[in-house]
Design a protein around this ligand. Structure first.
Ligand code: AMP
Ligand code: ZN
Length: 115
């Protein structure tokens, strides 16, 4: 746990959030500024600042983020219409919080390329 990290504090239960799912490795909660009818962030409890700083040994943990997002999407009825999963990595991609998080967005149509 990084004491100054917002998402470490959320994972530790120190900041109130609407938790959607949690287990020993990951926690998922509603984004405070939703960009779609469903906007959930799935994060590892382990503090990893960005995708660029992943270690090889983090591969299964990142896989858990994706599988968790898939389960949440299914539970919310998004499977048929589809949904978007996003990792913003670094300033050029608009990463604001430097604790790895997977955005799950659904419930509306998305365009490509992204903005
Ligand atoms: P990113 O730009 O990829 O770093 O995304 C960070 C996300 O965290 C944004 O979508 C924010 O709306 C979201 N966020 C920031 N603070 C909170 C919070 N306290 N609870 C839930 N989501 C948050
Ligand atoms: Zn953190």
């Amino acid at each position: 746990m990084e004491s100054e990290c917002l998402f470490c504090k959320i994972a530790a239960g120190q900041i109130p959030t609407e938790v959607v799912y949690e287990d020993d490795d990951v926690i998922a909660f509603k984004d405070i500024r939703p960009q779609a009818p469903v906007h959930v962030l799935v994060i590892p409890r382990k503090h990893i600042p960005a995708i660029a700083e992943l270690a090889d040994e983090d591969a299964s943990l990142v896989g858990e983020l994706v599988v968790t997002a898939r389960k949440i999407a299914a539970a919310k009825g998004l499977t048929a219409d589809g949904y978007r999963l996003v990792f913003n990595n670094g300033p050029g991609a608009g990463q604001d919080v430097y604790h790895v998080h997977l955005h799950l967005l659904g419930g509306r149509r998305f365009t490509w390329p992204p903005g």
